[in-house]
Design a protein around this ligand. Structure first.
Ligand code: HEC
Length: 125
């Protein structure tokens, strides 16, 4: 039993890779939190809340009024599509109403996405 717990912990640790979660949280607070919330008490604000993001279709979060561009984007959010979106939102989803000047530093994007994933109510891949 003890061994199993240890393996589970190790697995969690490994799946987080070398990402710096504290840096990810800091980046979220500075760059995203003015428009987005995530976590158990998150609600939609100027931007949609970001729970359940990984593996979900773009523009399909509950109760948020997305732009037509986001609703018809046909993207499924994962590390790759999110990195492309953050790099240049309007390039991946032309006409999106997310006004954001982009984040292209791969280490920063990796830290940010790892933290976002760690805030999800249920573990996501
Ligand atoms: C100035 C406000 C603003 C900032 C800052 C901002 N966003 Fe957004 N974001 C929005 C809006 C508005 C939308 C809805 C876009 C649409 O419907 O076209 C959105 C949409 C999204 C989506 C799509 C969500 C879905 O449910 O499909 C993701 C993912 C996202 N933002 C992530 C981020 C991240 C991560 C950051 C920080 C790096 C960030 N955003 C910064 C306003 C913002």
């Amino acid at each position: 039993m003890k061994t199993l717990c240890l393996i589970a912990l190790l697995g969690l640790h490994l799946s987080a890779g070398a990402a710096d979660l504290a840096n990810g949280q800091r980046l979220f607070n500075v760059r995203c939190a003015s428009c987005h919330a995530v976590g158990p008490s998150a609600s939609n604000g100027f931007g949609p809340q970001l729970n359940g993001l990984f593996g979900r279709r773009a523009g399909s979060g509950p109760g948020y009024s997305y732009s037509p561009a986001m609703k018809r984007a046909g993207i499924v959010w994962n590390d790759k599509t999110l990195a492309a979106f953050l790099d240049d939102p309007d390039d991946l989803v032309p006409g999106t109403k997310m006004r954001f000047w982009g984040m292209s530093n791969q280490k920063q994007v990796g830290d940010l996405l790892a933290w976002l994933r760690s805030q999800q109510p249920a573990p996501q891949r």
